[in-house]
Each structure stands twice: as C-alpha cells, then as structure tokens.
Design a protein around this ligand. Structure first.
Ligand SMILES: CC(=O)SCCNC(=O)CCNC(=O)[C@H](O)C(C)(C)COP(=O)(O)OP(=O)(O)OC[C@H]1O[C@@H](n2cnc3c(N)ncnc32)[C@H](O)[C@@H]1OP(=O)(O)O
Ligand SMILES: CC(C)C(=O)C(=O)O
Length: 576
C-alpha cells in the first residue's frame, strides 16, 4: 500500500533528539521485577506544589493518613521552608502522638541554601524517623541560565548543601531522631552522565555512607524527555559506576511529560533502581509524577505483592479527589469509572465465556473461583480485588452483542439463556438501541426481557398474549401416558385445558392442539436459579408454532410448571 503521508508544517527544527547511552552490554531487558521496590509518596510535596490551590492543613492530613493506611512507609510531607503552612503541617504530625507510625519515615525537601536548610531541619525536631532531601539543578541549561556557574560551581552547591544539612542535623536533631539523607541532581536525565556521577560521588564523599548509614541518591526525570529504554540505560550505567553501591539506595523519580512515566519507572527498576518516588493517580507537576497506583497495581496483576493496599480503590480515589480537588479520569488504569467496562460485542462475549470457564474450572477442581488463576479476557485483574463489583463489567449499547446481554441476565437475574435464545433476544435489544441510540441499562434490558418473554409474571397492567396459566394443574400417569389438566385464560376466557402425551409437555401440546394452536418441540433446557427449599427453576423451550420458531421461558419453583409457562411464553410471542 502506498504511504500518502506528507511532511507537516510543524517547527521541527526547534527540537533535537535525545542521546543514546553507550552501554551495548546492557542487562536490564532480561530482568524481571519480582518484588516491590521501596516506595516514596511525594503527594504532599511534588503533588501539592503543582496544585492550583495547595492542600489545606486538613486536606494534607487526610492525604497523609490515607497514605499511611495504604502502607506507604516513606512519605515526603512537604517543603517546610516554603512557608508557614508546610512548616506547621510537619510540626503538627510530629507533635501529635501516634500521627506518624514508628515504621513510617517522613521526608522533607529543601534547596541547597543555608537559611532554607536550617529552617527545614528545624521542622523535623522530635521526629522518630526523618529524611532531609536536598536538591540542586545540575543539567546544562540550569548551569547556564539559573545558576550561571561552571560544573565545579554547581558541584560545590551540592557539596556545601550536604555539609550544611549534616551540620544542622547534628545541631538541631536529638538522638530520638533516626536521621536520613537524600540527594537529587535535578533533571538527572538532562545532565551529562559522567557529571551526574561526579556530583553524586562528591556528595557521598561528604556524607560518607557506609554500613548502617545509607544514602538515597534520587535521579529525577524532572521533565521526561527520553524513551523509557534510554532512561533505563542511564540507570544501569549509574548503578554500575557508582562507588559504595551497597550503601546507596538508587531512587527513580519520573515525570510523565511523554506519557511514559510508568514504563520509565518499571524499566529503571529492572535496571537496578531500588526505590520509586511518585504520586497517587499521577498527580504532580505538568503531566504529573509517575502514578504510584498504576505501578503498584501492575505488580499486583503480575502476581507480585506491591506491599500497598489497593483493595478499596474507590475510597482511595474519593480521598484523593477531595484532597487534590481534581477528578480521576474515567479511563485511568485500575480505577477509572470505565476501566472494567466493556461495551463492544466481541469483548463482552469473551468476558462472559471467561467467567463461565472460571466457574467451570473452579467447580472441576472443587475450589472457588478466588482460588484459581484469573483468566478472563479483557479484564487484566478481577475488579473485585480492588473493591469493584461486576455490575459495570458489561454495559450494553449499539456496539454490543448477544454475549453482553446474556451476561447481564445471568449476572443480575441468574438466567443462563441457551445460545440460540441469546441470539433471538439480542435482536430485540438491537432493535431498541438502533431506534433509541445510547446505552441500554441493565434495568431496561430486564424490563424488555420481561415484557418479551414473561409478560404474565410482570405487572398485571403490562400483560399481553392469548394465553395465561392459572395456578391449578394436575398430571396423572397411566401406563406411561400423561394426562394433563391446566386452568388457563385463553383469549380472555377461563378455560380448562386437557391433553395427553408421553410427558407433561407433550400433553400440553395436545391440549393446545385442541384449541387450534399447533406447537412442536425443538429444544428444551432448564437449570435451577438458586439453592434451597424455595429454589426457582428456569425452563427454556424452543418451539415451532405454525411457521414460526420461537423461544419461551418459564420460571417457577415447580419444574413442570416452569416448562408449561415456557410453552405459553413461546406461544404468546408467536402471536404477538
Ligand atoms: C523539580 C522540583 O520540583 S524542585 C522543588 C520545587 N518546589 C518549590 O520550589 C516549592 C517551594 N518553593 C518556595 O516556596 C520558594 O521557592 C522558596 C520559599 C523555597 C524560595 O523562595 P525565594 O527565596 O523567593 O527564591 P526563588 O523561589 O525565586 O528561588 C530562586 C533562587 O533560588 C536558587 N535556587 C533554586 N534552586 C536551588 C537549589 N536547589 N539550591 C540552591 N539554590 C537554588 C536560584 O538560583 C535562585 O537564586 P537567585 O535568587 O540568587 O537567582
Ligand atoms: C526535587 C526533585 C526530585 C524533583 O521533584 C524533580 O526533579 O522532579
């Protein structure tokens, strides 16, 4: 096929490509993530600093408590030197007994400026576990435009800043505080690799990490500019070249400017990163920080424990929306309103078959569906695992087919329609969607189904059809011949129908023949709808009635009666 694409008029000359890393023997592509990395939530810092209205103390606290509840053990709680609000928030959680669990480390960010460092360390007084996180930009454009200094000048900012953090920590913090240190060369991904390494080494020379004295080196993609694979190469390169590697916690901090932050984080972990910084639902500067929920759930969906509890994802979302005053997109992975929903016919068909197969497999193994491996097409995880129901898994519109409609009837009403009946009923629904457009709700599907197949069961005002069964019915079996008597309403008249046959259904056909209705049985299926003494049965009957082939359904506690009702359902439909 010829390619008709044309050069665009976009100003491509304004941008340049991103350099590859010279690391031909990279090992990360073959690695697998088999355990959760250390997580740090920066919702209260990087997330908060990107909000139109930064969180109030009350919202910050709600978010902090939510993060703790979910299981995050490292939480960046603010930039205390930015102003009184952040400072006071840090003080409030330190001073309130029990607000910070003993196993949670709070972290605070500061620039490498002495007054800010002093104020930052001040904010941590009395904390059980606290990390000061110092950053300075190291990338060429910052060296030239922001700091207007040489590489050595910029390295000196990091070195001096580290020394000042250590001095103030020594001076201000008591022995009750387990103190930790983190350094970030800002826009690591735009910084020459050898210079990023040089700065990190200089910082380590000052901090002197060693046994029991880790240093967190956080390498941010402050603005995401490369492919995740190049990002991973840079991590592998740093991991190989850093000295004192065993005392370094190599941390990745992706942003999502190219929309690939999740991949960048995952590949960086494959390339050796020990720790991931991000925000819930990808909140953060511009396009956001990497989404910690997606990352955690990606692990979960591969059978790796994220060590974070996402089992009530809607509660997490509600808290997040309240605190950030923003909304989660309906397509957001794992949490959006539509992410466990399928409208299209072939997807729905496969989902229904998937659920049926799971049930059958579990039954064959004598276990429940929760005990076997999840294998439902188009649903990467079981929505139940994050607190969702199956209600919205299938929604019906003009793109839907029989499988989806059958799923709704089975899921909501325990009716497992035979395949040909599914085809028949889906045409009824299709006529409706073609005429009215839009979505057909499960309630509307059920209403239509009742009107079509069960008019005598639904409300009296909506009844239609020539035949209606009354309650009385007797069958006697004499030498293999069944005699059936049923009380019915035929064309508005109370009538006792009587017939004989080799079973109740054929006896009923015989009785119908007597009033001029010619019925032949083509297919019959039945199943129970529930267990126990009051169990109902559903009977499905496919009949030839004069020249029409029709399905009918009957629901009753008595199976014979259910099948007679199914015949009535088909006969009435044939005359509709
Ligand atoms: C990538 C990131 O997300 S980094 C985190 C960014 N977050 C924030 O900035 C939120 C909190 N920040 C603030 O509230 C304010 O910036 C404050 C209160 C900390 C400082 O405010 P101000 O003193 O007015 O300084 P301002 O914000 O303009 O910062 C720019 C100055 O800091 C210097 N600077 C910037 N980053 C750093 C750094 N990491 N280390 C040392 N100096 C720095 C700049 O060179 C500039 O110096 P100059 O005034 O001599 O030119
Ligand atoms: C302070 C650093 C880690 C940061 O937020 C960034 O570079 O995005």
């Amino acid at each position: 096929m010829p390619n008709f694409q044309q050069p665009s008029a976009m100003p491509i000359h304004k941008y340049s490509g991103y350099d590859a890393v010279d690391i031909a023997d990279r090992t990360w592509p073959a690695n697998r993530i088999t355990k959760a990395p250390r997580w740090l939530s920066t919702d209260l810092r990087d997330g908060n600093q990107a909000l139109i209205d930064p969180m109030s103390p009350e919202r910050k606290r709600r978010m902090f408590d939510q993060l703790v509840k979910m299981g995050y053990k490292e939480i960046e709680v603010g930039f205390p030197a930015s102003g009184q609000t952040d400072f006071d928030f840090v003080r409030s959680i330190i001073e309130e007994p029990g607000a910070i669990p003993d196993d949670v480390t709070i972290s605070v960010l500061t620039q490498a400026r002495e007054d800010l460092i002093e104020r930052t360390v001040e904010s941590l007084k009395g904390a059980r576990r606290a990390t000061v996180h110092l950053y300075n930009a190291t990338a060429p454009v910052f060296r030239r435009v922001v700091f207007r200094g040489s590489k050595d000048d910029i390295k000196q900012i990091a070195v001096d800043g580290t020394r000042l953090v250590m001095e103030y920590a020594e001076k201000i913090l008591g022995p009750e505080t387990e103190f930790g240190y983190q350094y970030s060369p800002e826009i690591f991904t735009d910084t020459e690799l050898d210079f990023a390494l040089e700065v990190c080494e200089a910082v380590m020379d000052v901090y002197q990490p060693g046994p029991g004295r880790e240093i967190i080196l956080n390498l941010p993609a402050t603005v995401e500019r490369s492919t995740p694979s190049t990002h991973a190469d840079r991590f592998e390169w740093m991991g190989r070249n850093l000295s004192r590697r065993e005392h370094v916690v190599l941390s990745v901090h992706p942003h999502n400017d190219r929309g690939t932050a999740v991949a960048a984080a995952e590949l960086a972990v494959m390339a050796g990163a020990d720790r991931v910084e991000g925000c819930l639902f990808g909140q953060g500067e511009r396009t956001g920080n990497v989404d910690l929920v997606t990352l955690g759930m990606n692990l979960f969906s591969q059978g790796v424990d994220p060590q974070i509890d996402f089992s009530d994802i809607d509660e997490i979302r509600r808290t997040w929306e309240y605190c950030n005053q923003m909304e989660v997109h309906p397509r957001h992975p794992y949490v959006g309103d539509l992410v466990y929903t399928s409208f299209s016919g072939s997807h729905q068909d496969a989902i229904k078959k998937g659920f049926d197969a799971m049930e059958a497999d579990a039954k064959a193994k004598g276990v429940t569906v929760d005990d076997i491996e999840w294998a439902v097409p188009y649903l990467p995880i079981d929505p139940k695992d994050v607190g969702r129901s199956y209600e919205a898994v299938i929604r019906v519109n003009s793109q839907s087919g029989k499988g989806g409609i059958a799923y709704v009837l089975k899921n909501d009403h325990k009716l497992d329609l035979p395949r040909r009946m599914q085809v028949e009923f889906s045409k009824v629904i299709q006529t409706k969607t073609d005429a009215e457009g839009g979505e057909v709700t499960p309630g509307a599907i059920w209403e239509t189904f009742q009107d079509e197949y069960l008019p005598n069961e639904a409300n009296a005002a909506a009844r239609w059809g020539r035949l209606q069964l009354r309650s009385g019915q007797t069958t006697t079996d004499t030498d293999g011949v069944d005699t059936l008597t049923v009380d019915a309403v035929v064309d508005g008249q109370e009538t006792a129908l009587k017939g004989t046959g080799n079973g109740p259904i054929s006896a009923f056909f015989d009785a119908l023949q007597a009033i001029g209705i010619d019925v032949r049985l083509l297919d019959y299926q039945e199943h129970t709808m529930s267990e126990g003494a009051s169990a109902q049965a559903a009977s499905y009957i496919e009949c030839a009635i004069d020249d029409k082939v029709m399905w009918g359904i009957g629901i009753d506690a008595n199976t014979t009666r259910a099948s007679l009702k199914a015949v009535v359902s088909a006969v009435n439909r044939a005359g509709r």
